[in-house]
Design a protein around this ligand. Structure first.
Ligand code: ZN
Length: 155
């Protein structure tokens, strides 16, 4: 894996992870619920190639940041950590978690391309529902009120 610079676009981080690990079942990002209460991103890579249940990648250990363009003048710049795990795929999609990639080899789940996953992540972080396109204050409330939008996120 090539040297990760201090600030790296989230797209590039995902790309590098896909080069590093051959057999990725799922990539999931744990994030904050909207752009107004920013906190860290935790990227979790589900792969049989992981060395352990919680393999934190050293490249991201020392205060690396991910740049996420959410369509505003200033992109978000968020502390990021990356963990590989041999735990099986199947994260809940929620106000604070989005699957960025799901392999078509995962039985019992819909596949998701990274393009689609990154689009959903950015829309959620910018406060727009990826399903109904409404502007959303709180996704947990929105998903309680609109089951269709919640179901649209599930894989
Ligand atoms: Zn919606």
């Amino acid at each position: 894996m090539k040297e990760i610079s201090e600030k790296t676009r989230v797209e590039e981080i995902i790309e590098q992870l896909q080069q590093r690990f051959e057999n990725i079942a799922e990539i999931h990002i744990h994030h904050f619920s909207t752009a107004t209460n920013a906190s860290d991103l935790l990227i979790k890579v589900h792969t049989g190639d992981a060395e352990s249940f919680e393999q934190y990648l050293d490249e991201f250990a020392d205060g690396k940041k991910a740049i996420v363009d959410v369509g505003r003048e200033d992109p978000l710049t968020l502390p990021v950590s990356v963990m590989a795990t041999y735990d099986g795929p199947g994260n809940m999609q929620s106000s604070e978690g989005t699957t960025i990639y799901m392999s078509e080899n995962v039985i019992g789940a819909e596949p998701r391309s990274t393009d689609d996953g990154l689009r959903r992540l950015k829309e959620k972080l910018s406060g727009t529902c990826p399903c109904c396109r409404e502007s959303v204050e709180s996704f947990s409330e929105h998903y309680r009120e609109s089951r269709e939008c919640w179901e649209d996120e599930q894989l």
